[in-house]
Design a protein around this ligand. Structure first.
Ligand code: PEP
Length: 246
């Protein structure tokens, strides 16, 4: 049985003062049957993990380098994220694929580094609007999945987030049928590659998830939770999304 996961992505937002929100989430969802994660900017990893050490909220980072250490100014290694007591790292977010030219091969190398450091990699994939309109969404997503996911993936060290690029931060979401179609194709591809273990890997939907649309999205087959950007910045928005998942 896959545990549901609500994962927030603060992107380049938040300060130390924002960590109070994590305490609020922890007390609101103390007995939640779902996993809860908040992926914070790197400089907040240590205080965020310290704030949430004993509660239900786990901490994640938003990217890692593929190498374990070295001369990579400005980057952070997966082992450092684990050393900060974080549990997750997002890799291959479309904002990084777009702004930094990250390829499937690089995303896969980063996910491998994350898994080697005992982190759970949240691998993001998703089509552009032009690809969706050209009827290419499924092949594009299938090829990103095949190229970005490491061979040693399991339900413990991998989460896949389907994030249509055109739905991120836009207030637009695919139809529930489109979400179901993609998630079912992803599930099939994971089972084809990993056998029955492919059924243990969680599939998140991401892109303009809000308190108002969360319940419908979570009722869609093969949706095991959400990766949430804007609505994860305030407890008053993220908390009802977590509740809708439970
Ligand atoms: C994201 O950036 O991963 C995301 C899903 O953003 P938003 O929820 O703001 O669309």
């Amino acid at each position: 049985m896959r545990r549901k996961l609500a994962a927030g992505n603060w992107k380049m937002n938040g300060t130390q003062a924002s960590l109070a929100m994590l305490e609020k989430l922890a007390s609101d969802h103390r007995d939640s049957p779902c996993d809860i994660a908040v992926c914070v900017p790197s400089y907040l990893l240590i205080p965020a993990a310290a704030t949430t050490a004993t509660g239900p909220v786990r901490i994640g980072a938003q990217d890692c380098h593929a190498a374990p250490k070295g001369a990579y100014t400005g980057d952070i290694a997966a082992g450092m994220i684990a050393d900060a007591a974080a549990s997750y790292v997002i890799v291959g977010h479309s904002e990084r694929r777009d702004a930094y030219g990250e390829t499937d091969a690089l995303v896969r190398a980063k996910a491998e580094a994350a898994q080697a450091a005992q982190l759970t990699a949240i691998v993001c994939i998703g089509e552009s609007l032009a690809q969706r309109e050209a009827g290419e969404a499924l092949p594009i997503i299938g090829s990103q999945l095949a190229g970005s996911v490491p061979d040693d993936s399991t339900g413990d060290n991998l989460v896949v987030a389907y994030e249509p690029i055109w739905a991120i931060g836009t207030g637009k979401i695919p139809t529930l049928e489109q979400i179901a179609e993609v998630h079912s194709a992803l599930r099939e591809a994971l089972v084809a590659r990993f056998g029955a273990a492919g059924n243990d890997i969680r599939l998140l939907y991401g892109g303009s998830v809000k308190p108002e649309n969360a319940a419908d999205i979570f009722a869609t087959s093969d949706v095991d939770g959400a990766l949430v950007g804007g609505a994860s910045l305030k407890a008053e928005d993220f908390s009802p999304i977590i509740t809708a998942l439970a």
